[in-house]
Write a protein that binds this ligand. Sequence first.
Ligand code: UTP
Length: 300
Amino acid sequence: MGKKIRKVVFPVGGLGTRFLPATKSMPKEMLPVVDKPLIHYAFEEACAAGIEQFIFVTGRNKHPINDHFDHVYELQKVLSSRNKQKELGLTSDWLPPAGNVSFVRQQEPMGLGHAVWCARHLVGDEPFAVILADDMVLAKKPCMQQMTEAYGKVPGSNLLAVMDIPKKDTGSYGIIDMDKSGSKSGKLVKAKGLVEKPAPEKAPSTLSIIGRYILQPDIFKILDKQKPGAGGEIQLTDAINQMVSSKDVYGYRFDGVRYDCGGLVGFVAANVAYALERKEIKGAVMDELKQVFKRSGAKA
Ligand code: UTP
């Protein structure tokens, strides 16, 4: 039997250079989509999947993330004295119980694999989830919840959220080499290998890994010895690839739309998409967008 997924790792130690100057003194993961920081959406997604322990791998200049998951007494006192109950709730109603949030330091941003490795002592010997806050998935059922449910069908394996991408884009993603004999019901796809950022002519498929993982703790032993790969960083994809021979690795075709909020275009698109999900502002946002398109001469 596979163990329940109780812990999630949020790697938030990166530099966010694509968002400079916004990220000069503010973590990328605190950029808001509409009115919530990226990391807050990731946290809510983990909660929806029944996860109870939240491990943040942070770096320098990431203090606003720690503060976000704490009380903010001065503001709360003012809101309380003004009887602003709704706003008060927004600051703290969602806080996890004391002791369920941990922070560990990645002193140098040496890559996603290295960031996950930094969480090894806090994760211990059990399967765990990884959510990259800058990958947003807009879905009826939150993506990590879909994954924990799918994990029930393949307990003890590694599960990676995947989506089909255009062939020309394979050089920007980790790509799955599919084991056709092992693919299950279309949603679960058994992998016989993974390749980080292959050129289109070398890509084994167009099934790309996005920032949602359920991993076995065996990954840490591999990451212990992992050498830098593409881009001089310690790649999580390379380490998972090394596990394929000893533990099953599945791609999971999730339901939903993924927004790459690690880049400018995806981030802007996510703001529009998530705003249109909000009934109280949808109409006004659509009116504004129509005006914006008209003024810019663009055809929607
Ligand atoms: P990205 O590569 O998208 O983030 O990593 P980045 O390096 O911060 O961004 P750019 O390319 O400079 O603009 C995906 C996630 O992994 C974390 C990031 O914080 C982000 O949430 N990460 C990345 C780490 O925690 N440590 C690292 O060494 C690298």
